[in-house]
Design a protein around this ligand. Structure first.
Ligand code: ADP
Length: 200
């Protein structure tokens, strides 16, 4: 099925834009939800994670001990790569399964780290970037998550730059100071383009 990879930095408005496409009946595959599910109690990544990192990384309910793993991968890049070596192939496989089962004219795959984690670009027909300024990201995430400016800046510093995401895009939704009806109008127009590209 024709697939659009939807990406953007934290607070750019990916979820908001994805919901506007879903309102047109476009099925969504959310790689963040999948990443969470495979490390939930007895998720499919858990046996490999326990084997690789030890039972101390598995919480009592059989889920990943996220706080402990975060602490480890924050200071140990090799551990982060080993973790991703387990999770990334499973996330890709689950994404492909959901994509095969999706019903609709085309599918939107929400991939926050599309630009950062290499092979996604080749797995979709179009890359759609939701764009806004760094200042807008900061204001939105401070208000949504109650984070400090420094906390948001630290997250942004670990993500691809705005320029890199724009360079990777086939299509761009401008979500800087966009009132909701202007955002909706952009999504409606983009949806018509994707219907046509998908041959629907
Ligand atoms: P992401 O999924 O990229 O992190 P969200 O879609 O969750 O971003 O948007 C971040 C926050 O900003 C949310 O609270 C959302 O409601 C708000 N938001 C997104 N776009 C707009 C907009 N155009 N106008 C006002 N608020 C917005």
């Amino acid at each position: 099925m024709f697939a659009v990879g939807l990406t953007g930095g934290i607070g750019s408005g990916k979820s908001t834009v994805a919901d506007l496409f879903a309102a047109h009946g476009v099925p969504l595959v959310d790689t963040d939800l999948i990443a969470h599910r495979i490390t939930a109690p007895h998720g499919i990544a858990m046996p490999q994670i326990a084997a690789e990192f030890g039972a101390s990384f598995v919480a009592a309910d059989g889920s990943l001990d996220r706080a402990r793993m975060r602490t480890l991968v924050f200071r140990d890049d090799g551990a982060r790569k080993r973790l991703e070596g387990i999770t990334h192939p499973l996330i890709r496989a689950e994404t492909e399964r959901e994509q095969r089962e999706a019903q609709g004219p085309y599918v939107i795959i929400v991939v926050p780290l599309l630009v950062e984690s290499g092979s996604w670009k080749t797995r979709v027909n179009r890359v759609l970037t939701v764009d806004c300024s760094v200042e807008t990201q900061i204001a939105r995430v401070m208000s949504r998550n109650g984070f400090s400016r420094e906390q948001v800046l630290a997250i942004i510093a670990r993500q691809a730059t705005r320029e890199a995401r724009l360079a990777a895009a086939n299509d761009v939704i401008d979500n800087d100071n966009a009132p909701l009806d202007a955002l909706k109008a952009q999504v409606d127009a983009q949806h018509r383009v994707y219907l046509s590209l998908a041959g629907a």
